[in-house]
Write a protein that binds this ligand. Structure first.
Ligand code: HEM
Length: 472
């Protein structure tokens, strides 16, 4: 972090009132509080990923493979799995990292953490309640709308905190393009949560089981995937990939074009023109890849210190999976007769793109965010990424072959793919917990904090000019 970024990240109010030692203590306290909050979101996310998410997903797939049909499995169970993965796991990670990155929270008073903790409680309880209602069918007419309301309120608390992060607060005149992409993804998440709430009320009032109807669910999943998950990853890629992979800075116009194309494609698909919409989604993906320069040669050394050296390969592979997901989506709109091509497209996106990205970037940044720790094992990181890629590839290929009735042997391979993915995600969870429990923390370095403390004595507008050059 440059001095300017560091100082912007730790705004200190009423400069002359505090001595450098007091500023140091204040900064360290806030950093520790932020790390605790982040670890709460990450730990609950890992729990959802492993138990309500992956174990149920594996169980569902074993049942489907045993009966050689997806139709015989309760849709409520399939949806419980999907919800736990996307909201319980991915959503918790996004909220946790989002709160951690808000300068306002760093600069705010102690009480400003209250909202963030309330968000964590509501989000976690909401996601757990939804899973229990879907799986056990207990009081689901009440619990379904209640869980969707809790999740929406949690998001609104988060959004209120994030929207306080204005351009001036980050020391810039205008918001950077990647922030627009993240804002668009947050809008997508808001729409998904709203749709989820409407769907839950509808099911509670008129349904006979705690599951969305098939047609509603398909549209809801498209919005969730292309309106929320995909733009979020693009936004963070636009911000970080140039640094992590040593690439040139992103092409702004391509990024905006990618976003616009993606939203138009999604809207067309939601209105029923799935084939045409699918083509636009692929085009949007191509534009995003060109914008972020994912496959262009690096101009600087990739930042792989503390992680496995294969890190850049997995990031690029995630984008290959996104293209595969888009192509399979278009193919599904023409040839799917069993849900198999749709399912393969969905998992190419959720496992191949999103999960591989989380395994890679998560293990790169989360140890540092959680008290400046170092990743427990880079070998485990590689093994998890490798197994997840292997499991996902096997799953995607065999799901199409088996469900569509092209090859009966594929039914016997599907359980193996599920167990391979399960092993990968378990290793990821072990590595993260090993990092949190076994690795020592290194609090914010004193020289850096001393410089922040010094900066506190100058008005914010003079941070770049008031200090002698050799101190910057
Ligand atoms: C061990 C890994 C996983 C297994 C075995 C698994 C299994 C399944 C199965 C059997 C289905 C039912 C539809 C179909 O047959 O395709 C399904 C649906 C789904 N999965 Fe997974 N899955 C896994 C990982 C994930 C991950 C990591 C995510 C998200 C990050 C995810 C998100 C979803 C979603 C959104 C659905 C659709 C649910 C619905 O119908 O509403 N899955 N999964």
């Amino acid at each position: 972090m440059s001095f300017r970024e560091t100082a912007a990240a730790y705004p200190v109010s009423a400069p002359p009132a505090l001595s450098p030692a007091e500023v140091f203590a204040q900064v360290r306290d806030r950093e520790e509080s932020l790390s605790r909050l982040l670890m709460a979101f990450v730990c609950s996310g890992l729990f959802f990923m492993l138990f309500p998410g992956t174990f149920l997903g594996v169980w569902n797939l074993l049942q489907i493979s045993g009966r050689e049909s997806v139709a015989s499995i309760s849709p409520a169970w399939l949806q419980a799995h999907g919800h736990a993965q996307v909201f319980g796991w991915v959503g918790s990670f996004i909220l946790g990292i989002g709160f951690y990155s808000i300068p306002k929270l760093r600069g705010g008073a102690r009480g400003s953490f209250g909202g963030a903790w309330l968000c964590w409680v509501l989000w976690t309880v909401g996601a757990a309640m939804r899973w229990a209602a879907n799986v056990y069918s207990w009081q689901w007419r009440v619990l379904l709308p209640l869980s969707a309301s809790l999740e929406l309120i949690a998001f609104l608390i988060f959004f209120r905190a994030v929207s306080g992060h204005r351009a001036q607060e980050s020391g810039k005149q205008r918001l950077e393009p990647w922030i627009w992409v993240v804002v668009s993804a947050s809008t997508g998440l808001f729409l998904v949560l709203l749709t989820n709430l409407v769907g839950c009320f509808n099911v509670a009032l008129r349904g006979s089981t705690p599951a969305f109807t098939h047609v509603f669910d398909q549209r809801y999943l498209a919005l969730l995937a292309w309106g929320f998950l995909v733009p979020f990853v693009w936004g963070f890629s636009a911000k970080w990939m140039a640094v992590f992979l040593g690439l040139k800075t992103p092409r702004t116009k391509f990024l905006i074009a990618a976003l616009a194309t993606n939203w138009i494609g999604l809207a067309i698909a939601l209105f029923g023109l799935v084939f045409a919409g699918g083509f636009l989604l692929i085009l949007g993906t191509g534009l995003a890849i060109a914008a972020i320069r994912v496959f262009e040669p690096a101009i600087n050394e990739p930042k792989t210190r503390g992680v496995h050296t294969s890190f850049p390969v997995f990031i690029r592979m995630a984008y290959v999976w996104l293209v595969v997901a888009g192509v399979l989506g278009v193919a599904a709109s023409r040839w799917d007769t069993s849900g198999g091509i749709w399912g393969a497209s969905r998992h190419a996106l959720t496992v191949g793109f999103v999960s591989i990205m989380i395994l890679s970037v998560g293990q790169r940044v989360l140890p540092a965010f959680a008290g400046m720790r170092i990743l427990w094992s880079t070998q485990l990181m590689f093994l998890a990424g490798f197994l997840l890629t292997l499991g996902c590839a096997t799953r995607v290929v065999c799901e199409v072959l088996a469900y569509q009735g092209y090859a009966t042997w594929a039914w016997r391979v599907l359980p193996v793919s599920a167990l391979t993915e399960l092993s990968a995600l378990t290793l990821f969870a072990i590595n993260m917990m090993g990092t949190f429990i076994l690795q020592p923390t290194h609090s914010v370095k004193e020289p850096m904090v001393a410089r922040i403390a010094e900066a506190a004595w100058y008005p914010k507008s003079e941070w770049t000019t008031a200090l002698p050059r050799n101190k910057l």
